[in-house]
Ligand binder design. Structure first.
Ligand code: AMP
Ligand code: GLY
Length: 426
């Protein structure tokens, strides 16, 4: 089979790495990919906003299956585009149609969906410019901290958590009246603050059935002890030690099943990953957010724990036969440490050369923000999150130790990584 993976981060490298080892794999293309995906397939320069050009790439390379890594093309309707074109409509796309991607593309849609299907989540209301005053009154009924969420995609920056009521009112005004996050904050969800520990649960769905994937936990803050600014993710571990079978049963019964059933009832043929961003409050799981794709850097520790053939699972998604395939997980723990450019998630340098020595051991190196320098052929940095190093271990501690051993050997100017991953779970 010929497969096209869309995207350029560590998640896409992990997907491509796993697809490359499938017995079904003939040719693997990654568009646009990064310096690491070249080692497992062929990179094709591409603009993911330009669906027509992606369609051309699929036809020219006789693609049999497309895997969409990031959310933006899904929210913009790339799957629907393929379905609308005679010559593309029979190519299975892993990633939901636009209506399904709304679970991530509109927080208001996601909240209304959860309320309708009784899926546990923080109490909330949505406000627009027209009822801004009501929003101020609603804030007064809540206790600090106040959670304000831009309705639309805001590159991971659209959620504000404020300790002070006046500040929350000010921010609400900036979001609604001054378009703080552009069109994304034309509506704002205000919700109750939930206090607990977060985890990420993933399912692969085919429109009828689903399979749960390994659970993971990511570390979002830049600073040790979970302090400082939010990032795309500074590392992840899988499995999650505090998820026992009783808690997992609650997740499946109260959240995963009603979500998949709800999508069906809404007439949404959801084929792709469902990412449940959960929080454990007391002994119960609540949904913080849905995403319509794999997490990054969760993918880098989850995908290496899937045993067997990922491409076979994707084919089953296309055929709606996920119930017929078995999925097994590696019993070992996996840990991913993200190496980032100093300064990230604020201003940082790009274009610094990266040294990856040959003597790395017990690890998988997934590239995130890397590219090839055309003049020298060297690998250099091209993004804030640069390299994700994943290792296995008999337990989380050992997996992390193995990853850190290798992180110390990889070098680029101003490299930074969190040295305390897993600290809250030891
Ligand atoms: P989101 O983009 O919705 O995942 O929100 C980003 C982060 O904000 C989450 O990962 C949580 O850490 C935090 N957050 C969002 N909603 C809430 C909430 N209702 N209560 C507590 N923390 C939240
Ligand atoms: N790691 C969180 C995300 O991918 O959104």
């Amino acid at each position: 089979m010929n497969t096209l993976v869309l995207g350029s981060g560590g998640r896409e490298h992990a997907l491509a790495w796993k697809i490359a080892e499938s017995p079904l794999n003939t040719n693997l293309f990654i568009a646009p990919g990064n310096a690491g995906t070249r080692n497992v397939g062929v990179n094709i320069p591409a603009d993911l906003d330009n669906f027509e050009s992606i369609g051309c790439i699929a036809i020219e390379n006789e693609i049999d299956l497309v895997v969409v890594g990031p959310e933006a093309p899904l929210v913009e309707g790339i799957h629907d585009y393929f379905l609308s074109r005679e010559e593309l409509k029979n190519i299975p796309v892993i990633g939901p149609v636009k209506k399904g991607a709304m679970l991530e593309g509109s927080k208001d849609f996601a909240k209304a969906f959860m309320q309708k299907y009784n899926i546990p989540t923080a109490a909330s209301r949505t406000f627009a410019k027209e009822n801004f005053e009501e929003g101020l009154l609603y804030l007064e009924t809540l206790n600090a901290p106040y959670v304000l969420k831009a309705d639309g995609l805001a590159a991971g920056k659209g959620v504000l958590i404020l300790n002070n009521l006046e500040e929350a009112k000010q921010e609400l005004s900036e979001m609604l009246n001054d378009s703080k996050f552009g069109e994304a904050s034309s509506k704002v969800v205000i919700e109750e603050f939930l206090d607990g520990i977060e985890l990420s649960v993933f399912a692969l769905a085919d429109g009828i059935h689903y399979k749960l994937l390994p659970k993971a936990k990511d570390y979002k803050r830049i600073g040790e002890g979970n302090t400082g600014l939010n990032t795309g993710g500074m590392g992840s571990i899988s499995p999650v030690p505090f998820v026992n079978s009783e808690f997992l049963t609650k997740i499946e019964k109260n959240i995963v099943k009603p979500t998949v059933e709800g999508l069906k009832k809404e007439g949404i043929d959801y084929r792709g990953f469902i990412f449940f961003g959960l929080i454990k409050v007391g002994n119960d799981p609540y949904v913080i957010e849905y995403n319509c794709r794999m997490g990054d850097p969760e993918a880098e520790s989850v995908i290496p724990r899937i045993k067997g053939d990922l491409l076979e699972l994707f084919v089953a998604v296309g055929n709606q036969t996920l119930d017929k395939v078995e999925i097994k997980f590696d019993e070992r723990n996996a840990a991913t440490v993200m190496m980032v450019a100093g300064g990230y998630p604020e201003k940082y340098q790009k274009g610094n050369f990266i040294t990856i020595p040959d003597n790395l051991s017990d690890c998988i190196v997934f590239h995130s923000g890397t590219t090839i320098d055309v003049e020298t052929g060297h690998i250099k940095t091209s993004g804030g999150r640069v390299i994700a190093v994943t290792s296995y271990g008999r337990n989380m501690k050992e997996a992390l130790e193995n990853a850190y051993k290798n992180v110390d050997l990889i070098d680029f100017k101003n490299k930074y990584f969190r040295k305390d991953l897993g600290f809250d779970l030891m």
